[in-house]
Design a protein around this ligand. Structure first.
Ligand SMILES: [Zn+2]
Length: 143
């Protein structure tokens, strides 16, 4: 799957989503855009946990509008902190799943940048997290 996602910000989003589904065992549903040369396509993606840590991903086209009738995407740039895993929106950290499902951030149009937010820059000096897998392992072990 990762070979098809060349963009590092987007790869971080999917990595976080997959881990949320695997570790918390939750299902996620969010709208996203997957435009083609001829159509603006509004789609929904569902991610659900399956056996043995597998994740079932399904997508559905909700609306397809020919570009001649569609507004061009606004394509804002969004900062995603790779440490606390939150989008930085109006100075506040919004967790990835919440940001996507409430359409504050839209995959497929928004440009996503992997950053270290201000709070984490301060936190990083006190309590460095070098390896997220170690953190995730400890989370799983506590459950
Ligand atoms: Zn952060």
């Amino acid at each position: 799957m990762w070979a098809f996602i060349g963009d590092s910000g987007l790869r971080l989003v999917y990595q976080i989503l997959l881990e949320e589904v695997r570790i918390k065992g939750i299902s996620i549903l969010f709208p996203f855009r997957c435009d083609s040369p001829n159509y603006a396509r509004h789609m929904t993606m569902a991610m659900a946990p399956d056996r043995n840590g597998a994740v079932v991903i399904s997508t559905e086209v909700d609306l397809e509008i020919a570009w001649q009738f569609a507004a061009p995407p606004s394509a804002p740039t969004r900062n995603l902190c790779h440490r606390c895993r939150s989008f930085q929106l109006n100075g506040k950290g919004v967790p990835v799943v919440a940001a996507l499902s409430s359409q504050l951030v839209e995959i497929g149009t928004d440009t996503i940048l992997s950053v270290l937010c201000r709070a984490c820059q301060t936190e990083d000096r006190r309590n460095p997290i070098d390896d997220w897998n170690t953190v995730l392992d400890s989370v799983v072990a506590q459950q």
